[in-house]
Design a protein around this ligand. Structure first.
Ligand code: C5P
Length: 241
């Protein structure tokens, strides 16, 4: 796992579609860091995680656990045997839950292979208006993100999921080594869809994101490989081939 990377969100309904997509990258000398979310995990389960791992990809298992501490601890203990690189919870579950998640994750992981644990602050599909009027959270979005990030850091977590707009303030509040994993990334000439707090890969790099999570701009592109190369170029300033 690199310190900075583009994570490709494999939001597909089946193993077949996922492998068809991953085959687009078979001729490049870099295995994309892959995110497995709820759709794929609920459809194909742990076998899918093991197979993607066997193929040599780094994996972010994005299941966003959010329940009472004991339940999250036990679920994390099960997930810890899957040998993924990163997994997550919702910071809204509170500090006790995040500490329990970390304990569960540590209980079963192989020596030296403990996944990074990060917490979702606010979904990138949540707007400031929704935060106040629907979720009834009075402080501003940046204040809310900083407070949730501090709770995550205080609970011993490795970082947070936030929008690339917030990566800088999270680093200022929690340190440069505290990871910012940022979805809500769109090309300057691309569609935004349901995401509200977005930036381009270049802006995300300049803003200090450690990892960008990119789904539809790559998975729905006419050429997923070209879109991935564009992300790598903009975010990492690297040529793929
Ligand atoms: O297709 P798109 O690039 O919008 O995909 C973003 C991915 O990141 C999705 O898989 C979504 O579940 C995930 N995500 C997000 N916002 C968060 C946490 C995760 O969009 N705060």
């Amino acid at each position: 796992m690199l310190n900075k990377d583009v994570i490709v969100a494999c939001d597909f309904p089946s193993a077949e579609e996922t492998f068809k997509f991953l085959d687009c990258f078979k001729d490049v000398n870099r295995k994309p860091f892959v995110k497995i979310g709820m759709e794929l995990y609920y459809a194909e389960g742990a076998a899918m995680v093991r197979e993607i791992r066997r193929r040599g990809h780094s994996i972010f298992l994005d299941l966003k656990l959010h329940d009472i501490p004991n339940t999250v601890k036990r679920a994390m203990s099960v997930l810890s045997s899957l040998d993924v690189d990163m997994c997550n919870v919702h910071a809204a579950g509170g500090s006790e839950m995040m500490k329990a998640a970390l304990e569960g994750l540590r209980s079963n992981a192989a020596e030296g292979r403990q996944p990074k644990l990060i917490a979702v602050t606010q979904l990138t599909s949540t707007s400031e208006e929704m935060l106040h009027n629907e979720l009834l959270i009075a402080p501003s979005m940046p204040e809310t993100i900083i407070s949730y990030a501090k709770n995550a850091a205080g609970s011993g977590l490795d970082g947070v999921v936030c929008s690339p707009l917030e990566a800088g303030i999270v680093h200022d509040a929690c340190g440069q080594g505290f990871l910012t994993v940022t979805p809500g990334v769109r090309f300057a000439d691309g569609e935004v869809g349901d995401q509200k707090r977005v930036m381009t890969p270049t802006q995300a790099r300049l803003g200090g994101s450690d990892y960008i999570v990119v789904g539809r701009p790559i998975t729905k592109a006419e050429s997923p490989l070209a879109a991935y190369e564009r992300c790598i170029g903009e975010f990492l300033n690297e040529e793929l081939r």
